[in-house]
Design a binder for this molecule. Sequence first.
Ligand SMILES: NC(=O)C1=CN([C@@H]2O[C@H](COP(=O)(O)OP(=O)(O)OC[C@H]3O[C@@H](n4cnc5c(N)ncnc54)[C@H](OP(=O)(O)O)[C@@H]3O)[C@@H](O)[C@H]2O)[C@@H](O)CC1
Ligand SMILES: Nc1ncnc2c1ncn2[C@@H]1O[C@H](COP(=O)(O)OP(=O)(O)O)[C@@H](O)[C@H]1O
Ligand SMILES: [K+]
Length: 498
Amino acid sequence: MRCAHAVDWVRAAEGELMARLPEGTLMQRAAAGLAACCVELLVGGRQGRVRGSRVLVLVGSGDNGGDALYAAARLARRGARVRAALLAPPERTHAGGLAALLAAGGRTTDDPAEAASADLVLDGIVGIGGRGPLREAALPWVDAAQAGEALVVAVDLPSGVDPETGAVPGRAVQADVTVTFGTHKPGLLVDPGASHAGVVRLVDIGLPVAPEAGDHVVEALQHADVAALLPEPEAESDKYRRGVVGIAAGSARYPGAAVLAVGSALRGGCGAVRYVGAAGADVVRAHPEALVGDGGPADAGRVQAWVVGPGLSQDTDAERAVTEALAAEVPVLVDADGLRLLARRGSAPANALLTPHAGEAVALLAGVGVTATREEVEGERLRYARMLARAYGCTVLLKGSTTVVTGPEGPARVNPTGTAQLATAGSGDVLAGLAGALLAAGLAPRDAGSVAAYLHGLAGRISSGGAPTCATAITAALPEAWRSVIAGDTDDGIPPFR
Ligand SMILES: NC(=O)C1=CN([C@@H]2O[C@H](COP(=O)(O)OP(=O)(O)OC[C@H]3O[C@@H](n4cnc5c(N)ncnc54)[C@H](OP(=O)(O)O)[C@@H]3O)[C@@H](O)[C@H]2O)[C@@H](O)CC1
Ligand SMILES: Nc1ncnc2c1ncn2[C@@H]1O[C@H](COP(=O)(O)OP(=O)(O)O)[C@@H](O)[C@H]1O
Ligand SMILES: [K+]
């Protein structure tokens, strides 16, 4: 599991550690890790070596600039041609770092063309002390760097990305690699910030960051975590013991949503799928193994979890389905039209899992008296997902480029496997059916939501392989995604990012 900690925690933990270590130790650890990563990138890059490579360092007013300068000094000592652009006045530039760079043969520069011709640009403009977008002085340098061929390496965080939220309020550095220190920062794991970070590398500087300590605010599951949560049939399992999921979805107008949700639920690890709604004939035709009933959730047999909402429309039958599913006293996943109906109530049972996209989140927020736009929700996903979880008193899975799953308390989970190829009609119905099956199999709402998002993202990648995919193909790829998780396919358990 990858964890991210809040900035205040990082500063406090660093403070405690620094009090026990000789002065400057942490910064030297950070700089050494950063330099090692740059060496690797330069050796693997177009020059094939460090000696003679052109490195430009963008240096802001704080310790982030200090890290960058000390790392650059290490590169200069190995023969790189290093130039430093000092963006803050001399009295606010890290003196020790600058002295080290100059002593190692580096020079300062005022010419942004240096950024355009560099092999590697280090962004040491601002780190966890950063607020707001890039400032004026940085823009010509960042523009030149991004237009050139250089690999852009962000120090701790891409400058312009909010460390706590991942919000990008204006211009920000677009990094190829981010080398972060001690722990991940929330803004590196959540879009839009995550999209600016490129590949994230973590340098251990000795902070006490074990997940078991529970000090983190954001976590991202990896293969091993998901494998440990997946339901598995036992010797004495039968279809009822494995859990039955009820699906109240689809309408005369949108029968496909029912077919898709049932299809993914059948691949979601529970024992049986019961369907109620107007699309029974289509569901049976597509999935003969589904148990199809007339009437609403109250008339269906026993289930261990409900999924209500995909393609349901908002008529009186739909309203009845939502009311009955919410009254069933089993975990209930509410999606799509179900969410619009739920917004009128302004609350949900504690064991509910709400799965809005940003537009539906806006409607849910309105239901509890909060006005926000879609863009605002997408700009600060952690904040709005948490706000919804608290207001409705249940677990919320906010869909989008970074899917966030959170309850009212505890760390938020962010999904690392997403791909924009998932943005295709019906893909949300697939997610709903899958998460519902996992709920019925006994996973808690937070686990069901985050495991479903993880598998859904992997299945999106597998079915796409770079080409457009569709909801049916994503469903078909779910078993392969599941197998890849239990096989621990990737070396360190992290699927490749974007
Ligand atoms: N503590 C430790 O032990 C360790 C810390 N480490 C490193 O230190 C980093 C944190 O350093 P830090 O606290 O000095 O803050 P930092 O991010 O450099 O910002 C400095 C100043 O920039 C300014 N500023 C704000 N926003 C801005 C913007 N958008 N654009 C431009 N400028 C902006 C603002 O000052 P202002 O100009 O607003 O007065 C702010 O005070 C951390 O990320 C890690 O790299 C590692 O070495 C490990 C050990
Ligand atoms: N840009 C994106 N990057 C990653 N995943 C995305 C992106 N856009 C949408 N998705 C995912 O695709 C799915 C779309 O769901 P939804 O909006 O409910 O679509 P539909 O209603 O058509 O089924 C969600 O799982 C969402 O997280
Ligand atoms: K930075």
